[in-house]
Design a protein around this ligand. Structure first.
Ligand code: ADP
Ligand code: MG
Length: 402
């Protein structure tokens, strides 16, 4: 998954296209959902990490109010005026950038034209959330070009650069405003009804730690995850139109909550759900059962981490997979095979599907010094069982975008 992509390579890409050196380069990491499957839009709890795969944006201001974007992932540049932000069906990828610009403008951020080059080690659509990283990197690139401070609803006095021209870091509180802004860009401009997990993870991650996000209070907390690495195993199979299946699960959760008299499943207790079993359809009950128990698992898993009990933490990952598989039913035969293979290896503390499901990848929590043997075990076993090649990918937990 890694390629020759660094801030320097992004500057070089910029220079090759625009003919001069960029004034700034920013980076925003991708993320992995560690625990809390489909809990975010139910206003629940979810654990994630920012990982060492990034979107880089190199940029320079220009005086004519025009924007020119290039991306190493797409063949043609996209050009538009800052005063005319509309989607171009031939360059949908630029919607993520335009959406952020539109949201910044709505909050009163003043910015002019710019040139930008986008380069990335984050595979598109592979469950590491390249879209959120692109949104976050865009917002940070504009902050470098035209410094601003975000508040809950608008902007405040812009930050002052030091004599070396460096801006102070974005504060933790302001990061949450960035996350909201970037999610709004994806919801409104791109038209994807995503929750806020991806943007928060890219902005608020902390190296060596798991980030716990309370999707109701919009607060984050951290717990250390020492001595282990995360291995991602892409199943290589996508079974369903993810958008449609995702919406169906969302609908079941929302109608279950309504029938239980709750605004969101977050506030529903397991006992209450069981007592109302007959008022719900089978699918509503099963989906709600997953969400309610999954939220409880996140609470318990946090406790296990704080008690330094990684073995127990890993067990919650296995349990999460079983709940997704049996109740939410968003697993696939391949994801189940990957989890069972992982379970057989002593270096694996926990494994589960990660992200939307219906294909995609599993996440494996693996003892640090045994990562290589584990990855070989997975690749050999998966190929033997399915005839498919597997390229497990080792991820480090990193700080959020700076
Ligand atoms: P994910 O966020 O899981 O990677 P999404 O479908 O939400 O998948 O977002 C992927 C989209 O984000 C791409 O189709 C593209 O439009 C945009 N994108 C991601 N990476 C880049 C990139 N390097 N350059 C341009 N656009 C990108
Ligand atoms: Mg995305």
């Amino acid at each position: 998954m890694k390629n020759n992509c660094t801030p320097e390579a992004t500057s070089a890409l910029f220079k090759k296209h625009f003919g001069h050196t960029p004034t700034h380069v920013v980076a925003a990491p991708g993320r992995l959902e560690v625990l809390g499957n489909h809990t975010d839009y139910n206003h629940g709890l979810v654990m994630s990490v920012a990982v060492d795969r990034y979107i880089f944006i190199a940029s320079s201001p220009r005086p004519d109010g025009r924007v020119e974007l290039i991306s190493s992932a797409f063949p043609a540049p996209e050009k538009f005026s800052v005063s005319d932000l509309k989607s171009n069906p031939a360059a949908r990828w630029a919607d993520y950038v335009k959406g952020v610009l539109a949201q910044l403008r709505r909050r009163g951020v003043l910015f002019g034209g710019f040139n930008a080059a986008i380069h990335s080690t984050l595979p598109l659509g592979a469950g590491l959330s390249s879209s959120a990283a692109l949104e976050v990197a865009t917002a940070l690139a504009i902050r470098r070009l035209h410094p601003f401070t975000l508040t809950e609803t608008g902007t405040a006095q812009p930050p002052q650069a030091n004599p070396r021209g460096e801006l102070p870091p974005v504060t933790p509180v302001e990061r949450m405003h960035y996350a909201r802004l970037c999610r709004a860009a994806e919801n409104e401009f791109v038209g994807v009804p995503c929750g806020i997990l991806d943007q928060v993870s890219s902005l608020c991650g902390r190296a060596w730690n798991v980030t716990s996000l309370d999707c109701q209070a919009l607060t984050v907390d951290y717990a250390p995850l020492p001595g282990v690495v995360l291995v991602v195993c892409p199943s290589g199979v996508n079974h369903a139109l993810i958008g449609g299946e995702y919406k169906e699960l969302r609908d079941h959760c929302e109608s279950a909550a309504r029938k239980l008299g709750a605004k969101f499943l977050r506030t529903v207790e397991l006992k209450q759900l069981q007592a109302a079993r007959t008022a719900l359809t089978d699918r509503e009950f099963a989906c709600a059962h997953h969400v309610v128990t999954e939220i409880a698992r996140v609470v318990a898993a946090e406790r296990a981490l704080r008690a330094d009990d990684l073995a127990q933490f890993g067990q919650y990952l296995f349990q999460s997979h079983e709940s997704s598989r049996d109740f939410l039913k968003n697993s696939t035969a391949e994801l189940d095979q990957l989890v069972e293979l992982a379970r057989q290896h002593p270096a694996c503390l926990g494994a589960r599907l990660t992200g939307g499901g219906f294909g995609g990848a599993t996440l494996n929590l693996v003892v640090h010094h045994e990562a290589e043997v584990f990855m070989t075990h997975m690749a050999t076993g998966y190929e033997k069982q399915t005839g498919r090649k597997l390229q497990p990918d080792l991820c480090q937990i990193v700080d959020g975008a700076r």
